[in-house]
Design a protein around this ligand. Structure first.
Ligand SMILES: Cc1ncc(COP(=O)(O)O)c(C=O)c1O
Length: 439
């Protein structure tokens, strides 16, 4: 007889622990578009794990690179030491990034990436004699991970309220406007003027000379797929340029093909000063994050101090970990050789049609999509925010063999880029069945 699993010791992240442990949903293996559960059921992955397994699960090439590297050299420090794989991974990432963004600082995940980018911004201004620029600007409903920097610029009340005041940050309004933009296909047409509030409201209030950086997700994923209206990101870029403020794109979910291009910056044709990435960087095989920095910013650090001094007092034991670096190199090769970004771009119109076929089904309030991302917003149950979508997520797992992701009452879909048309049909067909069955 197999021993029952003891779930008591693990304090699970972002989970209703007691609810989960009353009936655990357990994954046991994964391959391509599918997980298999501990009881042997196949689960179609409509969320690429957690927006991260872009090349599909257990890609043989990435698995092999990791297995080889861990046997050759498990770890080597990158503080005053180095190893070839970290340098090669940085080169490969710089080659994929928009021109001029070519200096790479490695960390372990998106949260560390965000905190690293914010620190680079603060230090950069200080180093240039502009030490008054200490304020950071994010957006309402933004998710920038769980570090103290990330929660300060993030705009999710639940992620902030338990932890005190934190860093000096202010927030732009988010651009979601269902009244005007419901069922938008691709970029919403209305709302670019919200970007003007950066100048008219926040910079007028704080004075531009106190602001170090603005950070935005090109597409806000974690709080329910909020798309930038047409022209919005261009306006943010122009205002930052006008006032000497650095613009950081948090590309943790938009990086590596999610929108059919290498990065959101490529899709929107707006170039930030820094980009944070993680997740798809290693296809999530091994944790890794990175900040991709404009060369001028990096060079300012190099030029500010004598060559035998440390230029930036920041780093992680595992910055550029050899196994993560090997995974990143293999992953970036797979994206290129299998043309997965192009594939995502090609599949996106079929995905869009399938998504919008749910319009008119019970409790559907809005559907919004871009690339291989879709948000389906449901009417909530009065007094129980999130309960309707959670119920659907749970039933999808148990009765439909489908992994969804929900946030409040939005179903957020972000499948691996290898998805085929039959699997797209299966995802939306199963969601339609579940919606129709709601009593
Ligand atoms: C936009 C964005 N930034 C940062 C993060 C945090 O990344 P991590 O969970 O790897 O720390 C996430 C995670 O979902 C994210 O979506």
């Amino acid at each position: 007889m197999t021993k029952a699993l003891d779930t008591s010791h693990l304090w699970m992240p972002f989970t209703a622990n007691r609810q989960y442990k009353a009936k655990p949903r357990l994954m046991a293996s994964a391959s391509g578009m599918y997980y298999a559960t501990d009881d042997g059921r196949k689960i179609l992955d409509a969320t690429a794990g957690l927006w991260c397994v872009n090349a599909g699960h257990c890609h043989p090439r990435i698995v092999e690179a990791v297995q080889k590297q861990v046997a050759i050299m498990d770890f080597a420090p990158t503080f005053q030491m180095g190893h070839a794989k970290a340098f090669e991974a940085a080169t490969a990432l710089a080659e994929m990034a928009p021109e001029g963004l070519n200096r790479i600082f490695f960390c372990n995940d998106g949260s560390e990436g965000v905190d690293t980018a914010l620190k680079i911004a603060l230090a950069y201004h200080r180093m240039r004699g502009d030490a008054g620029r200490t304020r950071l600007i994010g957006r309402e409903r933004a998710y920038h991970g769980v570090g103290f920097g990330g929660i300060a610029v993030g705009g999710i009340a639940g992620n902030r309220k338990q932890f005190g005041p934190g860093l000096a940050a202010d927030h732009l309004r988010h651009p979601l406007n269902i009244e005007k933009n419901a069922y938008s296909r691709g970029l919403p047409l209305h709302g670019a003027e919200i970007a003007d509030e950066l100048e008219q409201r926040l910079l007028a209030l704080h004075d531009p000379s106190t602001v170090a950086a603005v950070i935005v997700e090109p597409l806000q994923g974690s709080t329910g797929v909020i798309l930038p209206p047409k022209g919005y990101l261009e306006k943010i870029r122009a205002i930052c340029d006008k006032h000497g403020i650095l613009l950081i794109f948090d590309e943790v979910i938009t990086g590596f093909g999610r929108l059919g291009t290498a990065f959101g910056a490529d899709f929107f044709k707006v170039k930030p000063d820094m980009m944070v990435c993680a997740k798809g960087l290693t296809n999530a095989t091994v944790p890794m994050g990175a900040v991709i920095v404009k060369q001028e910013i990096h060079d300012a650090f190099m030029d500010a101090a004598p060559a035998d001094t440390i230029e930036f007092f920041h780093g992680y034991t595992y910055s550029g970990h050899p196994v993560a670096a090997a995974a990143a190199i293999a992953t970036l090769e797979v994206y290129k050789e299998e043309q997965l970004f192009e594939r995502a771009a090609e599949m996106s119109s079929y995905f869009e049609e399938a998504a919008h076929s749910l319009k008119g089904l019970p409790f559907v309030k809005d559907i919004r999509n871009l690339g291989l991302v879709c948000g389906i917003e449901l009417e909530g149950i009065t007094g129980k925010p999130g309960a309707r979508a959670y119920d659907l997520f749970n039933k999808a797992f148990w009765y439909k063999g489908l992994l969804l992701r929900t946030t409040a009452d939005v179903i957020a879909l972000s499948p691996p880029l290898i998805i085929n048309k039959a699997q797209v049909d299966e995802i939306f067909g199963s969601i339609a069945d579940l919606l129709k069955a709601i009593k």
